[in-house]
Design a binder for this molecule. Sequence first.
Ligand code: XMP
Length: 337
Amino acid sequence: MDTILNLNMTVEQYAGDVRASLAGKVGKEPVLLLISGGVDSTVVGALLLKALNPDQVHLMYMDTGLMRKDETTHVKASLERLGAKHFHVVYCEDEFLSALKGITDPETKRKTIGDLFITIQEREVARLGLPETCFLAQGTIYPDIVESGDVGKGARVIKSHHNVGSPLVDAKRKSGRVIEPLEKLYKNEVRALGRFLGVADDVLRRHPFPGPGIAVRVLGEVTKEKCDILREADALYMEELKTRTGPSGQSLYDEIWQAFPVLLPIRSTGVAGDTRAYGWVLSLRAILSTDAMTAGVYPFQMKDLLEISARITGSITEIGRVTYDISAKPPATIEWE
Ligand code: XMP
């Protein structure tokens, strides 16, 4: 397989080759890229903006209301720093929250989100009015393709609405107009390429984030109020992990492969001053992994856990209790839904 490493190329040579082949293939046609805010799509965006005229490059990002705190602002700013001129934000929080109303079954939630994603994507791409000849770029990386061969396995179904089977992708693929410049790279190589292209370090270091967003971290019915509580808790948890140092000397955030809070659909008894309170229960997850297929629990120092928990319950009055999830994968999955 032609990766940067086994071709014995420097990242600089590899970036040069990819840029030349991209420019050759695309010519003067426009290119559309759906941005998720994750590492892969951001690096593809950076590559397109370097290889082509930024006027050709159309980036579309869906603000589903299921993202982390201030995510749209950060994602837009990071792509604009990389030279983006056409960054289209689709505000569709109301549509997603309405579609999710009353749904508690995890699989129905995922299916509802995936289907709506595709519907909105089709509608908004049509609204852009790009010519038939436009190309579609994707952030597919090598492990995605390996997983694709495994038709029917859970991992493939999970990612379907992002990388594989939307009608738009199918149509573009049929006409030979899909470009996947990271398809030969592993994640660490994508990061190296991104660093070379000037993608900000905090984007490259980001923990993985699921396609359905925090909808799978607000257990049970998803409401705006619960999403806002979870977003606040997530922001505090991440800030704590980034400012605390772990045994290796790195921040806890960099030692941990993936961390996030989960809002449970139950309240528990507590005290607030002289009165009884019924706050929500929040569970913290932090895991170590290399490929997300298996995962171990991060062995926090108890002092860190206690302080993080106290900060969360002290700052977010709706949360009455914090627990730490000590289940490995298997038998548990990384996400709760
Ligand atoms: P699980 O929960 O299956 O998660 O152990 C494995 C890894 O995949 C992420 N994940 C997703 N990623 N779309 C994605 O792109 C999804 O629907 C999705 N669901 C889970 C999860 O965060 C973990 O890193």
